[in-house]
Design a protein around this ligand. Structure first.
Ligand code: ADP
Length: 487
């Protein structure tokens, strides 16, 4: 059965049952109260009649009184201890009652009887007769009038219930449609996506912002995300194959040159081997970087240890000078300068070196003057600022900041947000030829900083220079996820 029909059926049946149950209850309570009230009235009337009859001394007087007290629809009689009628009067419409069997009751009786198809109230009151005998004054009164009222009520409730079923039935159908419409739209959009292989969103009516609207909105957001990821992946695959095709083409062309003329032209041989070697190195670096970027958190295998930031920076400066003959100046801000202990943080030394090397390499490639590395406490650490107000955060717990500043070509403002994207290079053609970069350096730097529990960002002014800012936590608490063998 379709969901729409199920909703329709269940809601209609439920409402109908509720309605019927309510009406049955109303009828039951009303009829019980009305009959109880009639019974009470007849009981008290019979008591009064019994008192009046007891006070009359002669039978003839009593017979007159009985005639006066006989109910409009019923019978009144006096029953002796031997179980015989001594006196009996019936109303004109209830002659049949006189044929009922006579029974003597020693105590007071009050009950509702069904005689034929109608209900009657029967009340029996024992009294002491003028001659000293005990007799029953018995009144039997018809409830036909009350039954007629109840009959009218029965019909009224039946008609109201039947009429109420119409809106209940219609609203069940409307409810089913309202609930189903967005689900149907969702299903057909999904089918479309599967059939055409194209991302599609569902149209959302602005009328109500209910749960179904929210479901549609979330579906559209999910499609946005999938499309975005799909586009990025497509871009990545095409960039990666493009990036690998260039060195492969160079290698292929030099290899063909060597094949043809390598033996008789030694100068060509040296040039070709050097080009092939450098392109092979570049390809190797690129694939290594790609593999690192594809790694999952748990595969980073962190080794946490106390790292002295100044010593680490000094070693990098020596290696840098050795490899590129470029000067790296180290500056240390207060309070790190006066408190040696603040320079030691808990992190992975190897990964930190790799991260700083990528940033230093960029500073070297895109500038020709001196480069500065500055160590300080993180000033933008808002969480620490908040916590600093409370006594719990000490200076030692605040994030550390490493800035690498160059005075080179800088990055245009509109390019800044994109430089962390994979394979993105500012001024693509010129940069690759000059520097041999792959556009993966900053992406990898960002990933490493993330793995170390910190972050990296760039500040740059075109033609003035660039500052890469690395923020790292001082303690290793945030690194538990990545740490395979921390101790
Ligand atoms: P690449 O391997 O090309 O250097 P990166 O991901 O490291 O790739 O950098 C992306 C781009 O950002 C570079 O191509 C360059 O245009 C720009 N860039 C990065 N660092 C600097 C810097 N210090 N100065 C100027 N431009 C930079």
């Amino acid at each position: 059965m379709k969901l729409r029909h199920k909703i329709h059926l269940y809601s209609s049946v439920l409402f109908a049952l509720l309605f019927i149950a309510t009406n049955v209850l109303v009828y039951f309570v009303f009829s019980t109260l009305t009959i109880r009230e009639q019974q009470n009235r007849i009981e008290s009337q019979t008591s009064k009649t019994a008192d009046n009859i007891r006070l009359s001394s002669a039978d003839t007087q009593a017979a007159d009184l009985l005639r006066a007290y006989v109910p409009l629809e019923g019978m009144i009689r006096i029953v002796t201890e031997q179980g015989s009628n001594s006196l009996l009067v019936t109303s004109s419409g209830e002659q049949e009652l006189s044929k009922r069997a006579v029974s003597y009751n020693e105590s007071r009786v009050s009950e509702v009887l069904k005689i034929g198809s109608h209900r009657y109230v029967f009340v029996s009151v024992p009294v002491i007769w003028s001659d000293g005998r005990v007799v029953d004054i018995q009144v039997t009164e018809s409830l036909r009038q009350t039954e007629e009222y109840l009959n009218v009520l029965e019909w009224a409730l039946l008609i109201v219930t039947s009429l109420a079923m119409i809106p209940v039935f219609l609203s069940g159908q409307v409810l089913g449609r309202i609930v189903i419409r967005p689900i149907t739209a969702l299903t057909s959009t999904m089918k479309d996506i599967r059939r055409n292989g194209k991302f599609k969103r569902i149209e959302l009516p602005e009328r109500s912002r209910d749960e179904l609207y929210e479901m549609g909105e979330n579906f559209n957001r999910m499609i946005d995300l999938l499309e975005n990821n799909y586009d990025k992946q497509k871009q990545f695959v095409s960039n990666a194959s493009h990036e690998l095709r260039t060195p492969l083409t160079i290698i292929e062309s030099y290899a063909s040159l060597l094949k043809r003329r390598g033996l008789d032209r030694p100068d060509l041989f040296v040039e070709s081997v050097e080009a092939i070697h450098s392109e092979a190195v570049r390809m190797k670096e690129m694939t290594e970087q790609l593999l690192l970027l594809a790694r999952h958190e748990e595969q980073w295998n962190m080794t946490l240890e106390p790292v002295h930031l100044r010593q680490q920076a000094e070693q990098l400066a020596r290696e840098f000078q050795q490899a590129y003959h470029r000067q790296l100046e180290i500056e240390i801000d207060e309070p790190l300068r006066s408190d040696e202990a603040l320079l030691v943080i808990q992190t992975d030394a190897g990964k930190l070196r790799q991260l700083l090397f990528i940033l230093l390499d960029n500073a070297r490639k895109y500038s020709s003057d001196g480069i500065t590395l500055t160590l300080s406490l993180d000033q933008t650490d808002t969480s620490s600022q908040v916590e600093r107000a409370s006594v719990s955060t000490t200076t030692a717990q605040r994030n550390r900041c490493i800035r690498i500043t160059d005075r080179g070509i800088g990055i245009p403002e509109k390019e800044l947000p994109k430089v962390f994207d994979r394979f993105y290079r500012v001024d693509q053609a010129r940069v690759r030829q000059d520097t041999g970069g792959s556009g993966l350096g900053l992406t990898l730097a960002q990933r490493i900083a993330e793995v170390l529990g910190g972050s990296v960002r760039l500040e740059s002014v075109e033609n003035e220079g660039t500052t890469a800012i690395v923020t790292l936590p001082a303690t290793a608490e945030h690194l538990a996820l990545f740490s395979a063998n921390s101790n």
